[in-house]
Every structure is written in C-alpha cells, then in structure tokens.
Design a protein around this ligand. Structure first.
Ligand code: GLN
Length: 549
C-alpha cells in the first residue's frame, strides 16, 4: 500500500488527563499489528519544550530514548513495548518543535514575505509531520496529548479536522478516550462529563466515531446505550475500558469489547482477526505466575516512579517470560545514607538493581548498596550511573583509591575514574561517536550503539553468546580507560566495549555482578524481554532458591 493510502486513527482525551490514552493507543495499534497491518504510531505533545530532554524526571517522568537518539515522551516507550517495534524521532513531536521549524523557515525567507499565522502555517506544519510519520504505513495511530478544551491543543485538533476533510471519512477516524466517574456514595457511573467533552469536540467540528469509556467498573449495556444516544455514536462504538490489573491486559480487553469491528467498518478494512495467542499466555503469566522474586531497586526519584517507567516494565517483561512475579522493594538511596540499618533489607532480596540517574544526591547510598551486593554475593545489575558507581566503589573500597570519583560529582578530583566524554573525544579524536550538544551545556551520548561483548563473559552469556549487541545510551560521562588495567587485575573486568569506550564491567569472583553503561530497559518488550535484565532476574530467582534451602 502506498503512503497515499495511509489511514489515520486519531486518539483524543476528554475530561481529565492520565486516563491512559497512551495505553489505549498502543493497545489498538497492537491489535491491528497482530492482525497483519503495517502500523505506525505517533505521539503529539502540546507543550512548548522542544523535547523532554531538559525536563526534570519528577516533572515529566522518564525521558525515553529512541535508536536515533531522540529524547522523547515516555509514551513512545509504551508503543515500542506493545508493538515490539523500534520507533524514531518521527514518532513524537511537540508544539515547541512545530513553532521552531516554522519560525526558522520564516527567518530564512521560506514564506516569501507572507504573514505567518497559526492557521494555515502552524496547522500545515502539523499536518506535514503527521503525514511524514504515516509514510509507508497502512494505518497510523495518532495520540494527541492533553485534554480536549485545552487552549494549546487547538491547532492539533484543527489539523485533525482538516485531514478528515481532505481525506474523507474512510481514511480518518476519531476515537475519544473519556472518563465515566463512579460516584461512590450513589454507587453510580456518571456520563455527563463525557457528554460535555464530546460537545466541546463537536463545537470545533469533530464528531468522534468511537468512545473509549474509562472507568473503575465495567460499563453496563444500558449505560453504553445512553452514551451512544447522547454522544451520537453507533451502539457498538462505546467501548468499556475498565480498570485492569496489568496494562498488558488492555489489548485483550479491547478485543473482547469488540473495538475492531467499528474500526474496520469506518476505515473500510478487509476482514481480519488478531493473533493474540502468545500475548494471552504472557498476560496469564503476569496475572498468575508460578514463582516469585524480590528485587531491591535503589533509586532516588522514588517520589515519581514514572521516572523509572521503562525499567519497571522491563522487570515485568522478564518476570512474564520466566513465569515469575517480580516484586520491587523500593529503597531510597538517601535513606541508606541516613540509616545504615536499612542496608539489612538487602540481605533478603534476590537481586540488587542500581538504575541510572543524574547529580550527586544519593550516590553514596547507592555505593553502599553496591558494596553490599559485591561483598555478600548478591546478584547485581548496575545501569548507566549504576555502572559508574560500581567502578568508583570498587576503586575506593577494593583498590584503596579513596579519592576515586566522577567529574560529575567533583570537578577537581585527582582520581577521575569517571570523566567527561568531551575530553575523551578531544584526546582521541573518536569522531564516530554520535553526541548531541545539550542546551543545558555539555554533550550527551544518545541513542543506539554497538557493543562488543567479551568471550565467555557473563554479559556475553546473557546475550546468548552474541559478540555484538546493540543498546541505547543517555549519558554525559564515561568510565576512564586509565583505570582499566588495575580494575581488571583486581577482578573487575571490562566485558563490553564500543570503539574504545567501556560499556560494561563485571566481577570475576562473584556469582553474578554485571554493570552496563547503556540502558537495557529501553529495548525490552513484553514479547522480547531484554536479555541482560532477563538473566539478572533468572540469577535472582536461582540465588533465592539456593538461600531458602
Ligand atoms: N549522570 C551520568 C552521566 O551523565 C549517568 C547518566 C544516566 O544514568 N543516565 O553520565
């Protein structure tokens, strides 16, 4: 099918935010993909930031990094995890990017002296970006961030209205995700906010064809009929999206609710059925697993667990594939610093995980946890900052280099075990490294790079013996190769490298202690769990079963 024929499913949100538009979009796209369609998916964010790269994780949640190094919204992570597909910078754009490119074009004379306005120029730029994301796809699912009624969402809704006008009803449909609140005192589900939200959409010229009704409880038939009547949609077009135990149940629930038949009818698609057999098995293993293991997650952004979204999901994927429930014991690294006794909690877990992070706050607590894992033979996985701290901890406590530090925490350190890659690039002229100048200053190494694994290492075994793997990065600092020899002599070997950069270290005399500079969580999917995370969980399960004997 040529890009000319691409069909579009627009997903808008009503009443309030956080209704799960991302999961709804990903679930519907999954059903279509499993039915054999070539699917694309796009998230539009109405905020003015050019990308979320500079936002605090506490403000925005995780920054998800694509293979081509784009810093994107965390919903792109959901899309990849559900669709088992890698997306790129084309699959997410913001108001900031739209305005930036229109203004840059205006400054360089690209509009030939015309007055630049929201309609048509901004809206045209939006339409072009949507069409670009849909190129070569049979169906593009477009999720519009924010809530209908927001001022900043208007140009996007106008773009959607125009595309419907341009392409016709059988190429553009609108799906509205809205809240049906349960009023506990009356025990009643209320439809009024949804009616108002649909009216607001109609006022700007959009009549949604499908209503996704989010609710605590399943929406009964009489209420569906009422919604169908008041929102002017066909009776099979009100889909109940009631709370589920796991987000991975949602595609199955939507399928049962019959969402595919109105989509097929409106878009005039040939008959199809999704193959959800494998998905169904994995979901059963999430809901009723045979086994259980607890992982200590030593982080510092615990007020907003959304900052660790991909990693939390990656643990679920590993668990689902090993038929094991992975419980997370959240450990605040600053709490360890204030109260050493909290380290004792680590004695009872299957494995210790130190994730990525920025800044000096909480790093000592993380290093105490790393030391505990090292000295007590507890399976350990360090990610990004987690690897950098594993090296510093080893230098300080095993090699006696007490001043060992990262330039990130101490610019003046005499022992920069972790240093700036800018220096590295300068001294070695490694030009093949893709780096992005950050607007905050400094250079970030972003996106996918190859990593060569050491023969017979724990890392290579985890990756099923592959000597070359691909993983994604988001960091500024690097392990300093000056320390490599002394680290290796003392038992911390480099087990992954990329063009002279240290990508992974591990301990020789430890059951399983592996730390990686990349973020394995970004490539984990329900149907294809990340292999080093899978191995970590496998090791944690084994360690637990040995210790309970
Ligand atoms: N702060 C460290 C760096 O910039 C680690 C980053 C991370 O963990 N993502 O290198």
């Amino acid at each position: 099918m040529s890009s000319f024929d691409t069909k579009y499913i627009f997903v808008t949100g009503g009443v309030l935010s956080s209704l799960g538009k991302g999961i709804t979009s990903a679930s519907i796209a999954t059903l279509l993909k499993q039915s054999g369609f070539c699917i694309g998916i796009l998230k539009i964010d109405p905020y003015i930031n050019v990308d979320p790269g500079t936002m605090s994780p506490l403000e925005h949640g995780e920054v998800f990094v694509t293979t081509d190094g784009a810093e994107t919204d965390l919903d792109i992570g959901h899309y990849e995890r559900f669709l088992n597909t890698s997306f790129t910078s084309k699959n997410n754009f913001t108001t900031g990017q739209v305005y930036l490119s229109v203004i840059e074009r205006e400054r360089s004379g690209g509009y030939l002296g015309k007055t630049i306005q929201v309609v048509p120029h901004i809206v045209d730029e939006i339409k072009n970006r949507i069409k670009l994301a849909g190129e070569g796809r049979e169906i593009l699912v477009v999720e519009l961030g924010g809530t209908v009624g927001d001022i900043e969402g208007l140009p996007f809704l106008e773009a959607m209205r125009q595309m419907k006008q341009e392409y016709g009803m059988d190429r553009v449909i609108s799906l509205h995700v809205t809240l049906i609140p349960l009023i506990k005192a009356a025990g009643e589900l209320k439809t009024k906010p949804t009616q108002h939200s649909v009216q607001e959409l109609r006022r700007i010229g959009i009549s949604p064809q499908i209503i996704i009704a989010r609710s605590e409880k399943e929406i009964p038939l009489d209420l569906k009929n009422k919604l169908s009547m008041s929102c002017d949609v066909d009776s099979d077009c009100v889909i109940s999206a009631h709370d589920a135990q796991s987000i991975y149940q949602m595609p199955l629930n939507f399928y049962k609710e019959g969402v595919l038949s109105p989509i097929a009818r409106f878009l005039k698609l040939p008959e199809f059925n999704p193959d959800m057999k494998e998905w169904d098995i994995l979901v059963k293993q999430i809901l009723a697993p045979q086994n259980e293991v607890t992982i200590a997650f030593v982080g510092k952004y615990l007020r907003s667990k959304e900052s660790y979204k991909s990693l939390i999901e990656a643990l679920i994927h590993a668990g689902a594939n090993l038929d094991t429930k992975v419980n997370i014991e959240w450990i605040d690294s600053e709490e360890i610093e204030n109260n050493e006794e909290s380290l004792e909690k680590l004695r009872y877990v299957g494995g210790i995980l130190v994730p990525g992070g920025f800044g000096v706050r909480g790093v000592n607590g993380k290093m105490q946890a790393i030391q505990f894992a090292r000295e007590n033979n507890i399976p350990f996985l360090g990610i990004c900052l987690g690897m950098q701290l594993a090296i510093i901890e080893f230098c300080r406590n095993k090699l006696g280099i007490l001043q060992a530090d990262s330039i990130e925490f101490n610019k003046e350190t005499k022992e920069p075990a972790i240093y700036l890659i800018e220096n590295f690039i300068d001294t070695n002229g490694e030009e093949q490294i893709r780096t992005h100048k950050s607007p905050m200053g400094g250079t970030m190494r972003l996106g996918e790079y190859e990593c060569y694994t050491k023969k017979d290492s724990k890392l290579q075994k985890a990756y099923n013996g592959q000597s070359k793997i691909y993983e994604r990065h988001r960091h500024r600092y690097e392990a300093n190769p000056k320390y490599r020899e002394i680290l290796e002599k003392a038992g911390m070997i480099v087990s992954g490298e990329s063009h002279g950069l240290i990508e992974a270290v591990e301990l020789v005399d430890h059951p399983w202690f592996v730390a990686v500079q990349f973020h394995p969580e970004f490539t984990s999917r329900l149907q294809a769990p990340n292999l080093v995370i899978l191995e970590f969980i496998r090791q944690a399960i084994n360690a637990k079963s040995h210790s309970s004997k």
